[in-house]
Design a protein around this ligand. Structure first.
Ligand SMILES: [Fe+2]
Length: 272
């Protein structure tokens, strides 16, 4: 077959979402009985065991539990060992200023738009100082609208920390993104947006609104029960989400969890 007649080969980008790592400066410290460093290392071992060609890691917030420089540096080192490209957004537990100090403000992990072949990834900050809930500021929404308006990419994936779609766990829903309608109004103007990824909820979720699929992922430490009205930990193991982004705008995704391992978790905990 001549090159002129050769059909264009589909290009697939494998992306991994790591979220809510909740690390401490001291790697021996625990959250509700669980060693978050161990959970992260086990999840990354599972990533490495099954994925040897990752295009990028998307870290969707709550990197640190104590907002320490050392926790951010250690997470960056651990992710770097798995994939050369990693991109971060802050969660409600993070200190953006400390994060920038720890890794350097010009670190490529803070890039807010990323091109992966025919896909563009847009990363948004939804964290609010001193608050658990999320909010997308008018400036952030305007930036999103401008980026999407100027984008040459055929397909777009948007990341933010807080869930813009409802969850069944009532206590958690109180801490959701507070202005999802403003977010949806921007997305509705740009039909190239196919996917929205978020963290925060510490459980797997899939929802669809119009032509956009919304995906939540498990934490690499403790898991929140997806349906309880009050704070309740789930007994599932930590995990991550993987996505294959195809050039035609379709995608395949799933969640994988650490297997054959028992974690010491205080299931009687009433908050975190
Ligand atoms: Fe979290």
């Amino acid at each position: 077959m001549s090159p002129r007649n050769a059909r264009r080969q589909p290009v697939v980008f494998r992306v991994v979402q790591i979220t809510d790592t909740h690390l401490f400066a001291d790697p021996s410290k625990t959250l509700l009985g669980m060693n978050c460093d161990q959970g992260l290392q086990d999840v990354l071992a599972e990533v490495s065991r099954t994925d040897d060609s990752i295009a990028a890691i998307l870290m969707t917030g709550d990197a640190s539990q104590d907002g320490s420089e050392r926790s951010y540096q250690r997470l960056h080192e651990r992710l770097q060992a798995v994939c050369a490209r990693q991109y971060w957004i802050p969660g409600n537990h993070d200190e953006s200023r400390v994060m920038a100090q720890a890794l350097g403000a010009t670190n490529t992990c803070f890039e807010r738009t990323v091109v992966l072949g025919d896909w563009q990834v847009v990363l948004l900050a939804s964290n609010v100082a001193e608050a658990v809930h999320g909010f997308l500021s008018p400036a952030e929404l305007e930036r999103l609208d401008t980026v999407l308006g100027n984008s040459q990419a055929a397909h777009v994936l948007v990341c933010l920390h807080h869930n813009p779609v409802p969850v069944a766990a009532t206590w958690l829903q109180r801490h959701a993104l507070q202005n999802p309608q403003d977010f949806f109004a921007v997305l509705d103007r740009h039909p190239r947006v196919k996917l929205v990824l978020f963290g925060h909820i510490h459980h797997e979720l899939r929802d669809v609104r119009g032509t956009v699929t919304y995906l939540g992922a498990p934490s690499t430490c403790v898991q929140f029960h997806p349906r309880h009205a009050d704070f309740e930990l789930d007994r599932r193991n930590p995990g991550f989400r993987w996505l294959d982004l195809h050039a035609d705008g379709t995608f395949v995704t799933g969640v994988r969890r650490v297997r054959h391992k028992h974690y010491s978790v205080d299931f009687s905990g009433t908050g975190y």
